[in-house]
Every structure is written in C-alpha cells, then in structure tokens.
Design a protein around this ligand. Structure first.
Ligand code: PLP
Length: 401
C-alpha cells in the first residue's frame, strides 16, 4: 500500500450489501414508507437478538433515550430535579436527555481500563432523590452489569442501558439490552448497524413498550399507533378506533422512523455475524500489532466475563506521547480519529454544573486529555489495516522520545 492512502480510513463506513439494496427497493416498490412490515420485522428480530420482548424503532438513539427517561418518569411519577446516575465519560446525549426531561444527571467516574462507569463508585453518588442508573456500554463493551444490577436492586433504582455503541455483546452470558428496564441503541452512521439515522428502545415490559411507542407518536392513545390500526372488518373495533385515533393522552414527540431505515436495519441484522466477526478479528490484529508500543499506548482491555463488539478501537496515550501530536499525524495520513467522548469539559456542561466539573472526575479527565479512537469496522480491508499499523510504527520511530 502507498505511503499515504488516497481515501480516508474512517471511524465508520456505509457498506450496503446486495440484500440491503434489495430490501430498500422492496420498500420503494411497495409505496409504504411509514411504520409497516419492515419496521415490525426489524423490531421483532432486534429484540429477540438482545433477549428482550419488545423494540420500538425511532429516528435516533437520542430519541430512544429521551422517551426511555420520559416513560420511566411518567410510570414512576418522578419529580422534576430527581436524579439519574450517569458516567462522567459518554456521548453528550446520555446526560442531555436527563436534563431535557427536567431531571438531574449525577456523574460517576469511569474505569481506567474499560472506560465504562466504575461500579465501585456508584453507591457514593446515590441520594434520596436518585431514581435510576443510566449505564453506558461504550465502544462495543458491556459495563459491569452484575455489580450494577445488585446496586440497583438494593436501592430500588430503575436501570436504563445506553447501548447506543454496543450490540450483540453479552456480559456473563446475558445480552446487553436485557438487563435494564429500557435499553437504547443507535443505528446512526458509524454504528454497528447503520441505517443513516435511527435508534431502538428495547424493553421486556409490555406497559412500558406501549408507553414508549405512544411517546414516539406525539403521545397518541395506544389504540392507534400505526396506520394499519384502523384497517379492520370488525365494525365495533373500527368505531372504537375512530373515536380514539386523534386522542393524545400524554405530551409526546415525533420520533418515528421510516420503512427505508427499517429495511436497511433488517438486512444488516440478518448479516450481522460476519460484521461482528470482522470487527473482533480486526481488533485482535490491531491489539497484537500495537502491543510493541504498549509503554506509550494503552490498548483496549476486555473485562473478564464481557464480550466486546468493537464498534470502535479506543486508545489512551501514555507520557511522553502527546495525544494531539499522534492524532494529527494519523489524520495527516488519512486515518480518521475521534476524541474519546469528552463530556465534563464541554462548555455548556461547565456552565450548568460548574467550571470545576472536569476536576471532580480524574479518570474521565485523563481520558479526555489522552484518549482517542480509530475505526475497526468491516469495510476496512486487510491492506488498510496493515497501513494503519505501519503508520503507528512510523510515528513511534520518530516520536518515541
Ligand atoms: C453513548 C451514546 N449515546 C447516545 C448516542 C446518540 O445516538 P444518535 O446519534 O443515534 O442520536 C450516541 C451516538 O453516537 C452514543 O455514542
């Protein structure tokens, strides 16, 4: 491979298979774009794959999280300013949706090797106002769910899994998405399944499932949540639906996705094994080859009992290596990088929670300053992977001291 590749080796990629294109064409030919057969199949198959009963397909992972918090707030009658525990290192949406629901995020520092919420630090953050723990499974790896569920049970807390970055991974044999009361996934670009935009809220609680679908549909009465719900030969039922189909029983949102996204999602779901196998293979290869520089780079570690789906390949530099010098070098060489989800140093969070917010969570601060990730997705070719490794070698030969 050339000294500098012509196209960027991205953190994610869209790589639509013939099956994705075929399903998309079927949607276009069917003239049915709103919630229909592809959405239903995608939801059912996705829920089953994550050992759960119901999935509600919406237009983003953030929308899924937003209605998850809203549904639990309504079901349990939480008050404004009640608290939800959330990791101090995550994508901004995790804590934004808490604030947007008039609740308070209470941050807890993360584990220095695995990057997910540090279960040992959760109890100290619980107050009489704590109602839930939002765990986030970052980069493809589940959080330490056995300890987290024990704490949740002890303090009668709800659990929301922000699994936007992690699908098809289990902790001690149990799938992500099946621990919490509601779990949320994203199918945005760069995610394990990519539908352009999209997200799923998953639950095994029938009442919460109805509430979630209503919240995503403007708060409609559950009798009419799809345009199929008034297609019936039963005249009594038709009359009932007609009387209720324009009734809104809560204030909801317009978060629906379309059949086009569902078609792309279903096709990728049916081909998921190859996708995940490729991610794990690439991650193993990167880990093996970057091991030589382990004095300068903290490589991803898999927590005992966890599976890792490697949505991304996270790295934390060690002194004397400067993160920004390394990422600039990689980007110059057409290898895309991203910072590892800094949250506590965001200007608006410091305005809301104080200028010293970042100082309160030293592990997250260290990762904010030294962490970044590169892509680990199936569209990368073996030659491109070798190129990435060769660029790390070039950098360390020049910058080691
Ligand atoms: C941890 C986490 N939560 C939530 C989201 C939001 O998902 P979306 O972009 O689909 O709204 C993301 C997206 O990247 C994420 O990484």
């Amino acid at each position: 491979m050339e000294n500098r590749v012509q196209h960027q080796i991205g953190v994610g990629s869209v790589n639509l298979s013939p099956k994705s294109k075929q399903y998309l064409q079927q949607v276009i030919d069917s003239n049915r774009l709103s919630y229909g057969p592809f959405s239903r199949r995608f939801e059912t198959t996705f829920a089953q794959a994550h050992h759960s009963k119901y999935a509600i397909f919406v237009n983003s992972g953030t929308s899924a999280l937003q209605i998850a918090v809203a549904a639990l707030k309504e079901a349990d009658r939480w008050n404004d300013t009640d608290e939800i525990i959330v990791p101090a290192l995550t994508f901004v949406a995790s804590s934004n949706v808490i604030i947007q629901n008039n609740l308070l995020p209470v941050f807890v520092d993360v584990h220095p090797q695995y990057y997910n919420i540090d279960a040992a630090k959760i109890e100290a953050a619980i107050t009489p106002k704590t109602k839930a723990i939002m765990v986030v499974h970052l980069f493809g790896q589940p959080a330490e769910m056995d300890k987290i569920m024990t704490i949740a049970q002890k303090y009668h807390l709800r659990v929301i899994e922000d699994s936007c970055e992690t699908m098809f991974a289990a902790f001690k044999g149990k799938s992500v998405g099946s621990f919490g009361d509601i779990s949320c996934f994203s199918t945005y670009a760069c995610h394990i399944i990519c539908t352009g935009v999209g997200g799923l809220a998953v639950t095994s609680d029938a009442d919460l499932a109805v509430m979630l679908r209503s919240l995503a549909n403007h708060g409609r009465d559950a009798i009419y949540l799809s345009i199929d719900d008034d297609k019936t030969d039963d005249l009594e039922k038709l009359n009932l639906v007609m009387n209720h189909r324009f009734k809104f029983i809560r204030m909801g949102y317009s978060y629906r996705a379309t059949e086009m996204e569902a078609a792309l999602g279903l096709a990728q779901l049916e081909e998921i094994d190859e996708n995940i196998a490729r991610r794990r293979k690439y991650a193993a290869e990167l880990t093996k080859n970057l091991q030589r520089w382990k004095d300068y780079l903290q490589l991803p570690a898999i927590m005992p009992g966890a599976e890792h789906s490697f949505m991304m390949f996270p790295l934390v530099v060690k002194p004397p290596i400067n993160r920004d010098t390394l990422t600039f070098f990689l980007e110059k060489n057409n290898i895309e990088t991203r910072e590892m989800l800094p949250l506590t140093n965001q200007p608006y969070n410091q305005k809301l929670f104080g200028a010293d917010l970042e100082q309160q969570f030293p592990v997250a601060k260290h990762i904010n300053e030294n962490g970044f990730y590169i892509g680990c997705h199936p569209a990368i070719t073996p030659e491109e992977l070798s190129y990435v490794i060769s660029k790390f070698a070039e950098f360390f030969s020049e910058h080691r001291n």
